[in-house]
Design a protein around this ligand. Structure first.
Ligand code: ADP
Ligand code: ASP
Ligand code: MG
Length: 407
């Protein structure tokens, strides 16, 4: 007997037929003699609708009320899934985050899970009851409902799996695994049988939304065996997240991610002296704005220089306001911004040992006439910022250049 967490994403529970189908998959696991906890997302499109309503009423809404509204989508699917399971003879009950409880930080709208009490879940699972848990939500220290950021049901699932020491966490979604890149924009993308936690972490954080970044962090930390597979074709097998030792062939590049959620800010003619970077990035950090890529020009006259950095598009307006408010402390002459940029990243553990990997990226983009605006690297990743209009062309060209195309 194994203990399994099964997570169903929005498209997998998009209507009653799909909820019935998901319930059928749960039933199969129960009939194999397994204990099963199910984590569900809201029906596809539902969270967007709820977010839209909240914003429409007031762009400056209270984050705690936002959480009350957007967490509701998962409440509905949890209840419906429990009903569907009972209807086919599988004992089940729904659980909201606060009932377990799943305790989170106080950051409403983007809370982090801090603790999951396994006591009640353990008892019910031991009794043979399927626990259907509303993903994406928990309870904050102020005793109010919190949510985990978009895509957060993945994190709920992996965190529950870690908490109850599950043997496996299966993420059922609308693709049959993790691909070398988003199969929606590159039809030649290939499914990976295995991917290391580290590579998956980079892929997710660089924009591949197949798993929420935080879910991969938790999986890596607790060594949760996570599988990504299709609700509609589970027999295809899916992709397993694993340790580096389990990968025989360490390719220089295993995957390519892209993100359109980028905006670029350039400060012109800032003083080239100690303390200026702190004067820029201190106020941004205080405002809770994450800065990603940073590049500073070489100072031609040793007095003034230019500095460019990126933030997520949603933070652009606030970042500009913050910088403008700090104008006298920074001392820049001009500020420009561009929200039609995108980031493309190549990722692979083999980069540690292969040379010339970045060079192939730069050459490939040059051959397509794509200008690189900013570059950043880590041990297993190279990212470039380019004009948004070239994203798909860049991803496809790189996919071929690194010989990732399906044969
Ligand atoms: P769910 O609603 O099940 O959580 P998501 O829409 O959040 O599903 O994530 C699945 C989607 O992620 C896929 O439909 C695919 O377009 C996208 N995606 C992006 N990059 C990748 C990748 N490298 N491999 C697989 N899917 C990817
Ligand atoms: N329903 C939430 C969202 O759309 C959480 C999730 O689906 O993972 O972001
Ligand atoms: Mg998702």
């Amino acid at each position: 007997m194994a203990k399994i967490v099964m997570k169903f994403g929005g498209t997998s529970v998009a209507d009653l037929d799909r909820i019935r189908h998901a319930a059928g998959l749960v039933k199969q696991e129960v009939e194999r003699g397994n204990q099963v906890a199910v984590v569900v997302s809201a029906m596809a499109g539902e969270t967007n609708k709820l977010v839209g309503w909240t914003r429409e009423l007031s762009p400056l809404h209270d984050a705690r009320e936002y959480d009350v509204v957007v967490a509701a989508g998962e409440q509905i699917t949890a209840g419906l899934t429990a009903v569907a399971l009972s209807a086919i003879g599988v004992p089940a009950r729904s659980w909201m985050g606060w009932q377990i409880p799943i305790r989170t930080s106080s950051m409403h709208g983007a809370a982090r899970i801090q603790n999951i009490d396994r006591t009640l879940l353990d008892q019910r699972l031991a009794d043979g009851q399927v626990a259907v848990i509303a993903g994406f939500q928990g309870v904050a220290p102020d005793n109010r409902i919190s949510t985990l950021g978009r895509g957060g049901s993945d994190t709920s699932a992996v965190a529950v799996a870690a908490a109850i020491s599950a043997d496996r966490c299966d993420i059922y979604t609308d693709v049959d695994g993790v691909y070398t890149t988003d199969p929606r924009i590159v039809p030649k993308a290939r499914r990976l049988d295995k991917i290391t936690y580290e590579e998956m972490l980079e892929l997710a954080s660089q924009g591949a939304k197949v798993l929420q970044t935080r879910s991969v962090e938790i999986a890596m930390l607790h060594r949760v065996p996570v599988r990504v597979l299709s609700t509609f074709a589970p027999e295809n097998g899916g992709t397993l997240l694993c340790d580096e030792d389990d990968i025989v062939e360490k390719r220089p590049v295993s995957g390519i991610a892209y993100s359109r959620d980028e905006a670029k800010i350039t400060l012109l003619r800032i003083p080239d002296q100690p303390g200026v970077a702190a004067a820029i990035f201190g106020p941004l950090a205080d405002a809770g704005i994450n800065v990603d890529m940073i590049v500073q020009d070489v100072s031609a006259d040793k007095a003034k220089t230019n500095l460019t950095f990126t933030v997520s598009r949603g933070d652009l307006a606030r970042a500009l306001e913050t910088i403008q408010a700090a104008q006298s402390a920074i001392g820049y002459r001009d500020i420009t911004s561009d929200a039609s940029v995108a980031k493309v990243s190549i990722i692979g553990i083999g980069m540690r040992t292969h040379s010339g990997v970045a060079q192939t990226m730069f050459r490939t983009l040059a051959e397509k006439g794509i200008n690189i605006q900013v570059i950043s690297t880590s041990e297993i990743k190279v990212s470039v910022l380019i004009a948004e209009e070239y994203v798909e062309l860049a991803v496809r060209a790189l996919h071929s250049a690194y010989e990732l195309d399906a044969g």
